[in-house]
Design a protein around this ligand. Structure first.
Ligand SMILES: [Fe+2]
Length: 237
């Protein structure tokens, strides 16, 4: 019985942060000036990628992410694609964990009520955020609708080799990365170099179609903490 209040407290905290996150995005979208959007638009045309800082309060995603990592680790599928000595990069390797958020399908498959409810909240959050940001994304990239979301988790040593998702057509991903106890980034190919975009607190990354990118291996920062990088991937078309 003693565990009950702590449990509901935890659930309340989870919901509070996700609600606050939705409010952050509504505010940020409304506050973006014409000038700022024009600037992002030019950058996106040039690089195929833009990063916008300080869109949300980091805690509003970090707290839910920590809870997911602790409580629902079993729901993640570890995905390993072997590296091949292939200079053409046709066989890109990766090692990471991921969850595709598809409430109804997963509810049938796993029968985990806690995860089912959590997933519903995450999906609803993604939809609300996507809705707030659609006019902004539309101006910058031309996409018009939210099509789905997933969460990636990188543990120590996990990585994503360089690739360009060309097989996914004209999708645009809005990425919300949060990193714990490490310095992590996404790298984007621009002007023959991989340009580093750190996981800054509250930043979003807008990744355009067929843009080459990678995520370097997640490295430990100090001996007594375990690094973790989580990334909320919100997809538009
Ligand atoms: Fe990708």
């Amino acid at each position: 019985m003693t565990a009950q209040p702590a449990k509901s407290n935890r659930a309340a905290l989870f919901e509070q942060h996700l609600s606050a996150l939705q409010a952050d995005f509504a505010r940020a979208a409304a506050a973006l000036t014409e000038e700022a959007i024009a600037q992002q638009c030019a950058e996106f045309k040039e690089v195929g990628f833009v990063q916008m800082e300080g869109i949300f309060n980091r805690d509003n995603l970090a707290v839910p992410f920590r809870q997911i990592a602790q409580d629902f680790r079993a729901q993640f599928n570890h995905a390993l694609k072997p590296e091949r000595p292939d200079i053409s990069k046709a066989h890109t390797g990766f090692s990471l964990s991921r969850i595709f958020l598809e409430a109804e399908i997963d509810a049938d498959r796993h029968g985990d009520q806690g995860w089912f409810e959590t997933q519903e909240k995450l999906l609803q959050t993604a939809e609300t955020i996507a809705h707030s940001m659609t006019p902004v994304l539309q101006r910058i990239t031309g996409v018009t609708r939210f099509v789905g979301c997933k969460i990636f988790a990188y543990d120590e040593g996990d990585y994503l080799s360089i690739h360009n998702d060309a097989q996914l057509g004209d999708r645009v991903n809005m990425l919300l990365p949060v990193t714990f106890d490490a310095t992590a980034c996404i790298r984007v190919l621009y002007d023959e170099r991989l340009r580093v975009y750190y996981d800054l607190p509250g930043c979003i990354n807008i990744l355009g179609p067929s843009v080459w990118h990678d995520v370097p291996p997640l490295l430990r920062r100090d001996a007594d903490t375990t690094p973790l990088r989580m990334n909320f991937v919100i997809r538009y078309e």
